[in-house]
Design a binder for this molecule. Structure first.
Ligand SMILES: Nc1nc2c(c(=O)[nH]1)N[C@H]1C(S)=C(S)[C@@H](COP(=O)(O)OP(=O)(O)OC[C@H]3O[C@@H](n4cnc5c(N)ncnc54)[C@H](O)[C@@H]3O)O[C@H]1N2
Ligand code: MOO
Length: 390
């Protein structure tokens, strides 16, 4: 059994960034930028008015001063002339500030009669002008690697970049194993249950920027399990679910080894998730997750998500635990890191009374995993504990 941190190091050592591809801006959200994006222009490209009002010369501004309105500058339609002494141009938000003017007085601070305005209020110090290039300059960059947010997409569009280079999405083949499993909606036999974690894992893959390929359930049968691995061919990551432990019907390790798995490790000092395996199978990384739904979701959180991030070119980003006072006493921990399902409440964090790794109703209610290091002593209500929000 190896520690969680050693296991993670091993998993990351198996994962290299995937090739890159160019995608249109509309497909960029959630992808990881692979090459710095360089602005093609200054923004704003001209000094622009920040308000609706009148563009004029600061030097002319005195209480009660009056100006001749000589033209108009609107967004998309600038004023070609120059604003001279005693002159002003009617201007609107986003419009180019005409030559000669160095200030925009908001329309609320003037009175207008025909083609003249008079300053009716003391004007403040604000010029109400956004300088050219005040947001960014041509050549300014959005640095790679970076997972693109909707806010980044705004910036890329403003930079006049219709497409960007991103890492390819990792393709993840998910193989649920076990004679007891049927798909949701099917009629289970008397000893059967519904395959559940497959769907949570597929959702996790997609939320992490991958493409999930959910394969048919593999029965506990060596030739059929081999066929499932064949269907997983070409995937960047093959994730098996179940059949990883020591029972007579736990065949994943054997079949994967027969098919050439170069195993990096088997068994991790964590709870849930002990019978986890990882390695390389041909061109794919393989993660063999335990079958219990909570075990598979927790191991996916701890190992699969960092693997997917690494394949998308992101540097390792160890999760930063938060801390909160316990709302219940907890017993001493054993030799494995314990990820306790818990719920955050006003004033602290409450671990669920049952931590059995089969309980999906509790998994659904949990919004945090309390982190108990190996051999952590018993802790009392009120003591601070580390947790990961999930
Ligand atoms: N003698 C021992 N028995 C077990 C050990 C051990 O060390 N010695 N470890 C236990 C631990 S810890 C875990 S975790 C499980 C993991 O076992 P497997 O990975 O072999 O998983 P299965 O036996 O196939 O399934 C376990 C459990 O989960 C259900 N399952 C499986 N796949 C799915 C799925 N896709 N959706 C929903 N539920 C699934 C399955 O029906 C079983 O109930 O082993 C312990 N045993
Ligand atoms: O390690 Mo198992 O995942 O406790 O249920």
């Amino acid at each position: 059994m190896i520690s969680v941190s050693d296991a993670l190091e091993n998993v990351l050592a198996l994962c290299a960034p995937l090739p890159t591809e160019t995608v249109p801006l509309r497909a960029a959200h959630g992808r990881v930028l692979a090459r710095d994006a360089l602005a093609r222009r200054d923004q704003p490209p001209f000094a622009a008015s920040a308000m609706d009002g009148y563009a004029l010369r600061s030097a002319d501004c005195a209480p009660g001063a009056s100006f001749a309105v000589v033209g108009e500058s609107a967004a998309g339609h600038g004023f070609d002339g120059t604003v001279g002494t005693g002159q002003t141009v009617r201007i609107f938000t986003g419009a180019p500030v005409p030559a000669g003017a160095d200030r925009v007085v908001i329309q609320e601070d003037v009175t207008r009669a025909g083609d003249r305005i008079t300053l009716s209020a003391p004007i403040g110090d604000n010029t109400n002008i956004r300088p050219a290039g005040g947001d960014f300059r041509a050549g300014d960059r959005l640095e790679a690697p970076r997972r693109l947010t909707p806010r980044d997409v705004v910036l890329l569009a403003a930079m006049n970049l219709p497409e960007v280079e991103v890492y390819r999405r990792p393709e993840v083949a998910l193989i649920a194993t076990g004679d007891e499993l049927v798909m949701p909606g099917e009629e289970p036999g008397p000893s059967q249950i519904i395959a559940s974690n497959t769907f949570g894992l597929a959702a996790m893959v997609e939320a992490a920027g991958g493409v999930a390929r959910v394969l048919p359930i593999a029965p506990d049968d060596e030739p059929l399990l081999r066929q499932s691995f064949a269907l997983a061919g070409g995937a960047d990551l093959i994730v098996t679910i179940g059949g990883a432990s020591v029972g007579d019907h736990d065949l994943v390790g054997k079949v994967a080894a027969d098919l050439g798995l170069a195993r990096a490790f088997y068994k991790v000092a964590m709870r849930p998730g002990k019978p986890l395996m990882a390695g390389r199978m041909g061109g794919s990384v393989m993660l063999g997750l335990p079958g219990n739904p909570v075990s598979s979701m927790v191991t996916a959180q701890v190992f699969m998500l960092p693997a997917l991030a690494a394949m998308q070119g992101l540097p390792p980003a160890p999760p930063v635990p938060q801390s909160a006072p316990l709302l219940e006493d907890v017993a001493a921990n054993g030799p494995r890191t314990h990820y306790m399902r818990a719920i955050r409440e006003a004033g602290g964090i409450r671990p669920f009374a049952s931590q059995d790794s089969s309980l999906v109703s509790i998994l659904s209610r949990a919004d945090a995993l309390i982190l108990r290091p190996p051999h952590d002593p018993a802790r009392r209500r009120g003591e601070p504990v580390d947790y990961l929000a999930i």
